[in-house]
Design a protein around this ligand. Sequence first.
Ligand code: AMP
Ligand code: MG
Length: 487
Amino acid sequence: MPFVFDNTYIQLPSCFYARQSPVAVAEPRLVKLNQALAVALGLDHDRLNSPDGLAALAGNAVPDGAEPLAMAYAGHQFGSFVPQLGDGRAILLGEILDPQGERFDIQLKGSGRTPYSRAGDGRAWLGPILREYIVSEGMHALGIPTTRALAVVATGEPVHRETALPGAVLTRVARSHVRIGTFEYFSARRDSGAMRRLADYVIARHYPEAAAEERPYRALLDSVIDRQARLIAQWLGVGFIHGVMNTDNMSIAGETIDYGPCAFMDAYNPATVFSSIDRGGRYAYGNQPRIAQWNLSRLAQSLLPLIDEDQNKAINEAQAAIDAFPGRFEQAWLDRFREKLGMFETHSDDADLIEELLQTMEDSGADFTNTFRALCDTVEGTDSGFRDELGNSDAGNGWLDRWRARLARETVEPFTRATGMRRANPAVIPRNHRVEAVLDAAVTGDLAPLEDLLRILASPCEDLPHSSIYRYPPEPDEVVHQTFCGT
Ligand code: AMP
Ligand code: MG
């Protein structure tokens, strides 16, 4: 058997999902199997690589023990509430336990129509599926909580967008696929029984410590808020822009999920947006903390009936939880950027020092990733790279002096500091123009660039030989301004 399933979501009431098998495809062909992930999950790689495995990963056969379903959820999309979304092109095959006993969903994405497909075709095409593979695996290697990609199968069928494109199915692995939008689904239906079941399920699966608290649902809300605050701080630390932070795309387990028009920033500018449909900049890099808080407020609102029978008390509790977000985020952000700047201790003017650097970077159009990476070298006496990144400006040079004065207040060996900083400041990230080039090649059948990029991204903080082409920001004609939702 390719998977040994142990399913729990299917045991929830039938209003949580629709039973639905994946729809078979014409000519499945394995494009990519993630061997490292298969091993980590305790899966039999050879079995996955066999004809049985391919049939399961394509959705052409329902493997033993799978109980396929499409999950129901709602969501706020760009601020507007949609009471019914749901898995319109994804099927949860079931759950597995890894060798440590950790539970993971095995989901096929692009696996055909479901009762939640609305006007959609239930399919996905190879470009966005490989983008999700590359970026989610890249995020994992950067130490950022994320869903992961186990396999990509080409379907041999065209998918019709503006043109005909090659279809593909992604096998996605997640701690769960419960979203803020799942809570909103039952809230909109005023189904407090289902809401309680969902909350209890999420506590048992993701936040078991909340069960022992005097107010378990308030504790659940606090814990989700805390994980999201830390997640967004991690995104900002690597220049990641999710692109579609709708409430249906925010995992209750605190993982990065639903990679659509996501991208990494090259030149630092907090207003950076990539999504072609995000005209107002709602989901811009620097707006992500505020949007996370807004999304979490939707969760808090959904949980009100569980938090306290007395509505006023419930509102006060929920508001207190939400009001704690900015402080939690600020703390996580400071921790993250202190690491990036090699500051081991906490001093009161650290935030100002970090902000000054970011402002200087914005003013000079400095590359986010390369500036921080070059800063690591200054610890060991090589300043030229960092000064160059900031255009050899007085502001950049002045900042370097102030930062050195701040570091002098701590006694840390330069080698120790530089090593720590290199762990916190990747040399390579999945730069958009590189990702696009890899996708273009893959769509024409050349997978060598994909393999090369994945190899480099697996060790993002190391100075690997032959990695330099992945470190250059795009030339003016290579800049990717938009990534499309035409998924
Ligand atoms: P997304 O923008 O991918 O997060 O999707 C938002 C909603 O639209 C979800 O309910 C998806 O299941 C649904 N959806 C997106 N693309 C398709 C498609 N091609 N066919 C059916 N449903 C889709
Ligand atoms: Mg989604």
